[in-house]
Write a protein of this length. Structure first.
Ligand SMILES: Cc1cc2nc3c(=O)[nH]c(=O)nc-3n(C[C@H](O)[C@H](O)[C@H](O)COP(=O)(O)OP(=O)(O)OC[C@H]3O[C@@H](n4cnc5c(N)ncnc54)[C@H](O)[C@@H]3O)c2cc1C
Length: 288
C-alpha cells in the first residue's frame, strides 16, 4: 500500500456537514477540490499525503455563479473551464476569464478550481492578479460563522493565507467592471500551455477626458504573493498616456517588484518584464 492509499477520503454531502467535520481536529481533513495541485504534490513527495482529505469538489454550495447587483459571486468550486466560458464572467470580469483560459490545458481547466488556485497560495497562481485589480473579497466559513476578507489581505505570504484550520473558502465577491473601464491579462512563460508563468498580470483602468481616471495593476511571480503596484497606480492617476508616461510607468513598475530567481527565470528578467507588462497594459488602455 502506498502512502496515498492510507489517506481517508471524507465525503460530506453539504457545506454544513463539511464545516462540522472541519470544526474538530479529530475529524478534520485537508480540503481537496480539483486535486490538480495536491495530487501532484503528494505523488512527487513534495508534501506527504494527509491522514484525511475532505472532498469538497461536489458540494453544491461551492458551485454558484451569479450576479448580485454590481458584484459577481463565484463559488470556490467553480472550475477554470467554467470561468473561461461563463457569459457573466466574460462580460463582468474579462481578465479573470482570460486568465482561466490560459491555465494549464483542457484537463487541468476541467478539474482545477478558483478556490484551489487561491487556496494553493502560490505567487504563480494565475487567477490572483485579476481578483486583486477588481478589489475582490473572499468569503470564508466555519461553524463559528462567515467572514469576508479582501483577497489582497488574504494572501499573507508564500504558501501563507489568512485562513484558520477550521475554515473553508466558500466564494469570491468580485466588483464588476465599471462602465467605460477596461481590463486586460497577460502571461509570460516558456510556452503557451501547460507552463507555469515567469511573470503574469492584470489591469483594470479607465480613461476620462484623455487622462487616466482609474488604474489598478497587479502582477504575479514577482514577490511572495501576487501584488498590486500601488506606487505606479498612484503616479499614473491624472496623466495622459504619452511616451513620458509609458517610460515612467515602466521604470516605476520595475522598481516596485521584488522578484526572486528560480528554475523558471532570473530576478533581472522578471523585473524587466514587469516594466514591459505595465507599459503594454497602458498601451492597450490608450487604444481602447
Ligand atoms: C499540468 C499542470 C499545469 C498547471 N498549469 C497551471 C497554470 O498554467 N496556471 C496556474 O495558475 N496553475 C496551474 N496549475 C496549478 C493548478 O491547476 C491550479 O492552481 C488549480 O487552480 C488548483 O485548483 P484545484 O481545485 O485543483 O486545487 P487542489 O489541488 O484541490 O487544492 C489546492 C490547495 O487549495 C486548498 N483548497 C482548495 N479548495 C479550498 C477551499 N474551498 N477552501 C480552503 N482550501 C482549499 C487545498 O487544501 C490545497 O492546499 C497547473 C497544474 C498542473 C498539474
Amino acid at each position: 500500500m502506498n502512502a496515498l492509499e492510507q489517506t481517508i477520503l471524507l465525503e460530506p454531502a453539504t457545506l454544513a456537514e463539511a464545516l462540522q467535520l472541519q470544526a474538530d481536529e479529530a475529524t478534520r481533513g485537508l480540503p481537496l477540490a480539483g486535486g490538480t495541485d495536491l495530487m501532484v504534490q503528494w505523488e512527487s513527495g513534495v508534501r506527504p499525503p494527509p491522514p484525511r482529505a475532505l472532498n469538497i469538489k461536489s458540494l453544491p454550495e461551492l458551485r454558484e455563479l451569479q450576479l448580485d447587483n454590481s458584484t459577481l459571486v463565484i463559488g470556490a468550486g467553480v472550475t477554470h473551464a467554467t470561468l473561461r466560458r461563463a457569459p457573466l464572467v466574460c462580460e463582468h470580469a474579462p481578465s479573470l476569464a482570460h486568465a482561466a483560459a490560459e491555465i494549464g490545458g483542457a484537463q487541468i481547466q476541467a478539474l482545477g478550481t478558483i478556490g484551489g488556485s487561491i487556496g494553493n497560495a502560490s505567487p504563480a497562481g494565475d487567477l490572483a492578479p485579476s481578483l486583486l485589480v477588481a478589489d475582490a473579497e473572499v468569503e470564508l466559513a466555519s461553524v463559528r460563522g462567515a467572514r469576508r476578507v479582501p483577497v489582497a489581505s488574504f494572501l499573507l505570504g508564500y504558501r501563507k493565507l489568512d485562513l484558520a484550520p477550521d475554515e473553508l473558502i466558500v466564494r469570491f465577491h468580485i466588483p464588476v467592471l465599471p462602465p467605460g473601464a477596461r481590463e486586460g491579462w497577460r502571461k509570460l512563460g516558456p510556452r503557451a500551455a501547460q507552463a507555469i508563468s515567469k511573470v503574469m498580470g492584470s489591469y483594470r483602468g479607465r480613461i476620462e477626458n484623455g487622462r487616466i481616471a482609474q488604474f489598478a495593476v497587479a502582477l504575479g511571480s514577482v514577490a511572495p504573493t501576487a501584488i498590486r503596484l500601488r506606487g505606479v497606480e498612484q503616479w499614473l492617476i491624472g496623466r495622459a498616456i504619452d511616451s513620458d508616461t509609458l517610460a515612467g510607468a515602466e521604470q516605476r513598475a520595475a522598481d516596485e517588484v521584488h522578484p526572486i530567481a528560480d528554475i523558471r527565470s532570473t530576478a533581472e528578467y522578471r523585473r524587466w518584464v514587469s516594466g514591459r507588462l505595465v507599459r503594454s497594459f497602458l498601451e492597450q488602455l490608450a487604444t481602447s
